[in-house]
Design a binder for this molecule. Structure first.
Ligand SMILES: C[S@@+](CC[C@H](N)C(=O)[O-])C[C@H]1O[C@@H](n2cnc3c(N)ncnc32)[C@H](O)[C@@H]1O
Length: 259
């Protein structure tokens, strides 16, 4: 944490004003979200607990981050996709922004989180939402989508489940996929004693506690680019891996194509 932030945090703590600052920050978040949701999409923001479930916090940038990621994803694929799937859409932060950028595309979105999907179905009309099971298959026919993206989904799944879902995504794709993985700067979360093992094997599944509302398997996963090329390469042609290309430099983007 930068020195200025540390000093400010200590000031708030010592003077007992921390709760006051937190309340002010939450109010700012609430009103900025309300304003953006209404102005941009004519809706109300998803409830706070659904946002916290996917972002691990409550942030004023909920909608702007969705817009930024949508822009980044669409800049990574050629042409104008017409049939799009948001795999692991959460409360539709990115889905809604993608649908704005692709007004003529048919957009589907799916997640294991039935509560988030119920909220999306009730509030977002520009996409068709589904709740999928923890394990494949989905209800979609083979070759349904010319663009499938998954933002921060394969960053949470154990290895066998990743392979099962990659095979399913390969089945329902007829074009490109953009799948996010943790960038190198996230490797700091791997326990130091395991880093060498991780770098040799290329895959690490960190069990770091459960997330309210999501199943126990939802943990933190890290993969090296060599691992992606050899293991994910069994399912798709890996066209490119762009470092820190998604979410304001937060995640790497794996750009895949069905063979
Ligand atoms: C970090 S959140 C990201 C949500 C959304 N992509 C976004 O960026 O706002 C990860 C999401 O993946 C979903 N998820 C995890 N495993 C899944 C699976 N097997 N199938 C579909 N969704 C899954 C979770 O329920 C959660 O909504």
């Amino acid at each position: 944490m930068p020195i200025a932030s540390r000093a400010f945090a200590s000031f708030k703590y010592r003077t007992g004003t921390e709760p006051l600052f937190e309340r002010a920050r939450d109010s700012y978040t609430k009103y900025r979200q309300l304003f953006e949701a209404r102005q941009l999409y004519g809706l109300t923001p998803p409830p706070r607990h659904l946002q916290e479930r996917i972002l691990n916090g409550y942030f004023p940038q909920y909608f702007s981050s969705g817009r930024q990621i949508a822009k980044e994803i669409l800049s990574l694929v050629p042409g104008t996709p017409r049939r799009v799937l948001d795999f692991g859409c959460g409360s539709g932060r990115v889905t809604i922004a993608v649908s704005k950028s692709l007004p003529n595309a048919s957009i589907c979105a799916t997640d294991i989180d039935a509560e988030a999907i119920d909220w999306c179905r009730e509030h977002i009309t520009c996409a068709e939402f589904d709740a999928n099971s923890h394990y494949p298959p989905t209800r979609y026919s083979s070759g349904s989508f010319d663009l499938i993206y998954a933002v921060s989904v394969f960053t949470h799944l154990p290895e066998k489940m990743q392979h099962d879902w990659l095979a399913e995504l390969a089945r329902i794709s007829c074009g490109r996929l953009v799948l996010s993985i943790h960038s190198r700067h996230h490797y700091q979360h791997i326990p130091p004693a395991d880093v060498d093992k991780f770098l040799e094997r290329g895959f690490y599944y960190l069990e770091c506690g459960t997330t309210d509302g999501l199943p126990d398997f939802y943990q933190s996963t890290f993969q090296t680019h060599d691992y992606i090329r050899s293991e994910w390469g069994k399912h798709f042609e890996i066209e490119d891996i762009k470092e820190r290309a998604l979410g304001w430099k937060n995640h790497d983007a794996v750009i895949c194509r069905v063979r």
